[in-house]
Design a protein. Sequence first.
Length: 289
Amino acid sequence: MQKIKIGSHVKMAGKEMFLGSVKEAESYGANVLMLYTGAPQNTVRKEIAALNVEAGWEYAKEAGIEEIVVHAPYIINLGNTVKPETFELAVTFLEKEIQRTAAMRSRILILHPGAHVGAGEEAGIAQIIKGLNLVLDKNEDDVYIALETMAGKGSELGRSFEEIKMIYDGVHKRDRLRVCFDTCHVHDAGYHLVEDYEGVLQQFEETIGISQIAAIHINDSMNPCGAHKDRHANIGKGHIGFDILRQIVHDDRFAQVPKILETPWICEEGSSEKTIPPYKEEIAALLEA
């Protein structure tokens, strides 16, 4: 039986940086992890030399962590045709994030495809394709861009498997693309994972191909199917429920795919502040046979 690859989003901060990220993941019983190379809301980044990469990987080997996933910051919007400066920032910063991902010895950079901000789906998808071609045509790093399936809130693109396929079809180096399958987003986008798990996967297989899934975000959803809200819930506490999420984690088709929890932190009893990470307990529950 193959070891299930499972972990969570972890921080990278303080003096230890990546070493601290690995220690945090180990404390949750994880064997993979996901991180941002800096704050997801801005472009402030430390030099690679300050990230403590070597020490982090030395510790990771001892801890049984062999793979990490990087998530690109939210500020990258390749779909924006309305503000040229936003698109230019997205292209420039995505180029740097690919380089940082490679320097951290990760092969997967998860990217929200982008939002059309009122210009319409066709214009937004064309702009995403343009941006990915600008970046990938001149980049030789051994890193995949994993387009995340989106919930469809606002003008988000990538809300359907067909939209992601359209992006694939326009990118010159489509072999550098992969998909991050987010359970909450797929559910919120209107795919009936609970009632028709195999049907949804078959639809994905026919549209893009299950082999293209390079990472899975394991999240429950606060909202009913098709709500287009993108509000993550803790495992078993939402509208998807424990059974389907556990089924995905144990699905042999995803044996080599990192599964990453992004569930909300929880409150101490009597407090309204979310200060406790739920990952150790959620990972243990999902791994139970």
